[in-house]
Design a protein around this ligand. Sequence first.
Ligand SMILES: C=C(O[C@@H]1C=C(C(=O)O)C=C[C@H]1O)C(=O)O
Length: 257
Amino acid sequence: MACGGDDNKLSLDSIRDSLIRQEDTIIFNIIERIKYPTNPTLYKQPCSVNIPDFSGSLFQYLFQQTEVLQSKVGRYLSPEENPFFSNNLPDSIIPPTKCTPVLHPAAESVNVNEKILDVYINQILPLFCKEADDGNFATTAACDIHLLQALSRRIHYGKFVAEVKFRDCTDEYKPLILAKDRDALMKLLTFEAVEEMVKKRVAKKAMAFGQEVTLNDSTAKEVKCKVDPTLVSRLYDEWVMPLTKLVEVEYLLRRLD
Ligand SMILES: C=C(O[C@@H]1C=C(C(=O)O)C=C[C@H]1O)C(=O)O
């Protein structure tokens, strides 16, 4: 999606197909993360162990260092990827791919990862995980990073959604952008029927992906599920879709710059 061109025809359907595929990644990463308890020690600031020249939490240190390494190999050359700790990221050692950019240059200034990280640690983790510390800090942090990057990619896909909506209905969006009318932009870009289908589909996927597979034929046993489907639906309803729409609005407000 990052590059324009005929074979990558930008359409709302093709972008929605990508959002649907990203649901799988997010749900599987949730299933992996909830194998561990909340592990609050990971996120406590300052870190309980001494890290020279660093005053954040152990998790921040692990995540920041992960992003440094990924930046060196070009992760953030893709407009689909947005860093959580963008200060002082090193340049990529890999040259950027030559392609027609899809998004307006102002897209780079739209980044809601600080908000994503805050709701993830303070609201989402307590919702999905048992409150405990099991000391598996490195493995837990690895699961967090995979899940946070999947959530961030999905939420910031709102830039591509907004670009297509702008191209398809420029005459409707332009006056609202010029008037900086956030509420009217939010109303115009919202498709409640689509959101209802998203909530139903992610719950169904959580049930399917999370069910225990047994080899005995006892059908009498209740189908156990690794993750509560209603919580996955709530994750999308209360955080993923509202944050995606926030990204859409923030992108549109910069689209005519
Ligand atoms: C992403 C879109 O924009 C909005 C956000 C949605 C979402 O985050 O799933 C779904 C529908 C819209 O309200 C879209 O129109 O597909």
